[in-house]
Write a protein that binds this ligand. Structure first.
Ligand code: FES
Ligand code: FES
Length: 152
């Protein structure tokens, strides 16, 4: 049986090894914070951390993830994650909320590798995650606040 490291726990997986990680998270493990959008790797709604990098998981079979460290929004417990969640709340970033787990996962991976990101860094890191509600300006401002920057 396949075992995956998810949110710091070795977890036995019963699903077929060809099953994409998204569906193992949502259907087998009931970690429903990671969302389904397009299912073909283009909208970013299913973004998680795989070995610390923000990656989509709707097209990644779990068989390819043996030995990887996977973090979902439910396990986002880093200093960057907490700073971002606080800024998200302060600035009331969320509209419908559907994309926001993925936005936080992308933003926290960015701040982990770049403590003071500029506009181009934010664009590069956040563009892969689509927000149909257009919360981009508040997301950008929350990333600045969480990284101790005041620029708008
Ligand atoms: S649901 Fe995975 S990228 Fe759209
Ligand atoms: S908040 Fe609605 S899709 Fe982003």
């Amino acid at each position: 049986m396949l075992s995956l490291n998810i949110n710091g726990h070795e977890t036995e997986i019963r699903s077929d090894p060809a099953t994409p990680l998204l569906w193992v998270l949502r259907c087998e493990l009931k970690l429903t914070g990671t969302k389904f959008g397009c299912g073909v790797g283009v909208c970013g709604a299913c973004t998680v951390h795989i070995d610390g990098a923000a990656q989509t998981c709707c097209t990644k079979p779990v068989a390819q993830l043996h030995g990887a460290k996977i973090t979902t929004i439910e396990g986002l417990d880093s200093a960057e994650g907490h700073a971002l969640k606080a800024a998200w709340t302060r600035l009331d970033v969320v509209q419908c909320g559907y994309c926001q787990s993925a936005q936080l996962m992308a933003a926290s991976a960015l701040l982990k590798r770049n403590h003071k990101p500029g506009p181009a860094d934010i664009d590069q890191a956040m563009t892969p995650v689509v927000c149909r509600c257009g919360t981009y300006p508040r997301i950008r401002q929350a990333i600045y606040e969480a990284s101790g920057q005041t620029r708008k």
